[in-house]
Design a protein around this ligand. Structure first.
Ligand code: VG1
Ligand code: CO
Length: 553
């Protein structure tokens, strides 16, 4: 260890052996907590982020996390490293809590150089769970691939990091602190974000709805980061009855469940909404770091792809978007429901690879106003990240304006635009080798699939998706196998980039139907033959031995 002094601050330079596996995936670096606790592992990745930022000195950075196990320790380490690396100021959420969209907003508000978000998002937490680091740039958006590639190369060769010795700062108390020469401001985690929401939506109308005796709602914060935000905004500010927010306290292990808002993991909410009698009119949930959302009605589930389409069709009802919206975008595996709306409204509709970072350029260039992913993510140009509570307020604003039920709004939408039956089948924890072999086989044989008939339908297009970014002309290859049939049904295969154990194969299946009466079916039933075709084309059983998926959403 080397020690030097800078303006009376003792900086230690610690020698390390490079870590070769710090490659960020779809959304940041995600590893098990155990891996992050390996000596100098977190430090290596943080130093690599710092080394990739040429204007770091005297800059402002935003820092916070979703409260998961190891959040507090990681924050103290990052603060000491930031001081040693010459950062001017850190704005830190109280108790280390900030949601991903809140960080994105604060970056813009304070013209920060970027933000560090400590979260593994929807992955499980606790000592045996996962931890993660996301980095957002000055635009408030996730680091683009060019930057994450650079950080990875720096980390692979990193031989030292800098840190100062100092006692932990009291991060639970709002206030201004000095750490060496660096300023640390501990701020209210919720206040700025709540104000942003009030500027976007009609809070008066939403409040009238939430306080009406004819309306009830249940929001499941999944013991993750949105608890304090949802309680402050929905209950305290908008007047929803106490108890509207369930599991509102962030816990280091999320109460032992996956903070993943879907029909499998948001069990309590789903049971509440599927009650035979007295189910709430509106149900919603968000994930670990607050950027995902699930929307439900009384005995009714809204697919995220439909949700994006319906939000686009009704954006004119929301004050912030009432003057009209620019284009829209969806990730490639997201259903084409939003395309139909865009077509009718005369809007551009962009198709991007999976991961929010691919929306950033389009948002920055003002090409799009709304965008979303099938993985329970929706957002707009209000921040450069997907935003769970924003989507919930968007729906509440629509409900308040329309005075109609969730189910009826969705059914009317289908009647007008047609319905995209949609499901995703995940095969988790596969051995890397079998997942790779399955994928390579698909990729190698993709051209031979063309013009082949399956269940009376012919494949009219089959490729491995390449994205050409229209703004910076960057090219991203290998973004998923895409198979399209002559009735515009689609099957898509991807390998997940957020897991920490084995490989996860995602199979996305979609069928577009306009003759609704004939097809009023259960989703899995409606998609049955396509699901079988997908299993056959990829020979899932042959390569993995699996006869059914682990998670269906
Ligand atoms: C998943 C989703 C993707 C999402 C990403 C990050 O990635 O499919 O749509 O952007 O998670 O979301 P993958 O590579 O596992 O399919 V979050 O809320 O985990 O930051
Ligand atoms: Co998330």
């Amino acid at each position: 260890m080397k020690t030097s002094s800078e303006n009376n601050m003792r900086i230690n330079t610690i020698r390390i052996k490079p870590f070769k596996d710090q490659k960020p995936g779809t959304s940041g670096l995600r590893k098990t907590v155990k891996q992050f606790q390996v000596l100098d592992y977190l430090q290596s990745f943080i130093q690599s982020i710092f080394n990739s930022l040429p204007e770091l000195r005297d800059s402002t950075l935003i820092l916070g996390g979703d409260g998961r196990y190891f959040n507090r320790e990681a924050i103290q380490i990052i603060l000491r490293m930031a001081a040693a690396n010459g950062v001017g100021r850190i704005i830190l959420g109280q108790a280390g809590i900030l949601s991903t969209p809140a960080v994105s907003h604060l970056i813009k508000k304070h013209q920060a150089l970027g933000g560090i978000i400590l979260s593994a998002s929807h992955n499980a937490g606790g000592p045996l769970g996962d931890f993660g680091v996301k980095f957002d740039t000055a635009s408030g958006g996730p680091a683009p691939e060019s930057l994450t590639d650079e950080i990875f190369i720096i980390a692979s060769n990193l031989r030292e990091y800098k840190i100062i010795d100092i006692n932990p700062i009291p991060m639970d108390k709002i206030g201004q602190y000095k750490l060496g020469n660096m300023d640390v401001e501990v701020i209210d985690s919720v206040k700025d974000y709540a104000k942003l929401m009030a500027d976007i939506f009609n809070f008066e109308k939403i409040s009238a709805l939430l306080t009406s005796p004819n309306f009830s709602m249940c929001f499941d914060a999944m013991n993750a980061v949105t608890g304090p935000y949802a309680i402050a905004i929905l209950e305290d500010q908008l007047g929803a009855p106490e108890g509207t927010v369930i599991r509102g306290q962030p816990l280091p292990n999320f109460g032992g469940t996956h903070p993943d808002p879907n029909l499998v993991h948001a069990k309590q909410l789903v049971e509440t909404m599927y009650q035979e009698e007295n189910a709430p009119d509106f149900g919603a949930a968000s994930d670990g770091d607050g950027d995902r959302n699930m929307i439900m009605g009384d005995y009714f589930f809204v697919t995220p792809s439909d949700s994006l389409a319906i939000m686009t069709a009704n954006a004119h009802l929301i004050p912030a978007y009432s003057q009209g919206i620019k284009g829209v975008a969806r990730s490639m595996p997201t259903s084409e429901a939003v395309d139909k709306v865009a077509e009718k409204l005369g809007l551009n509709c962009f198709e991007t690879p999976t991961g929010w970072k691919f929306f950033s350029n389009l948002l920055d260039a003002d090409e799009i106003t709304l965008c979303g992913e099938e993985s329970f993510g929706t957002g707009s140009n209000h921040v450069n990240e997907k935003d769970g509570l924003w989507a919930v307020l968007f729906w509440l604003n629509i409900l308040a304006e329309k005075q109609d039920s969730v189910e009826h709004i969705v059914r009317q939408h289908w009647a007008e635009y047609g319905r995209n039956y949609y499901t995703r089948h995940d095969y988790e924890k596969l051995p890397f080798k079998s997942a790779e072999a399955l994928f390579n086989n698909l990729d190698d044989n993709i051209e031979q699939l063309l013009h082949k008939p399956f269940n009376q339908h012919t494949i009219i297009s089959a490729d491995n998706f390449t994205y050409n970014d229209p703004i910076d002309q960057s090219v991203s290859e290998n973004q998923g196998i895409r198979i399209i049939f002559d009735d515009s049904s689609r099957i898509i295969f991807r390998l997940s980039g957020t897991g920490t154990e084995g490989a996860t194969l995602r199979v996305y299946i979609e069928k577009y139907v306009t003759d609704l009466d004939q097809f009023e079916l259960d989703t899995q039933e409606a998609l049955k033959s396509l699901i079988q075709t997908a299993e056959l084309i990829a020979d899932i059983k042959g390569y993995t031995g699996r006869t059914k998926p682990t998670v269906i959403t």
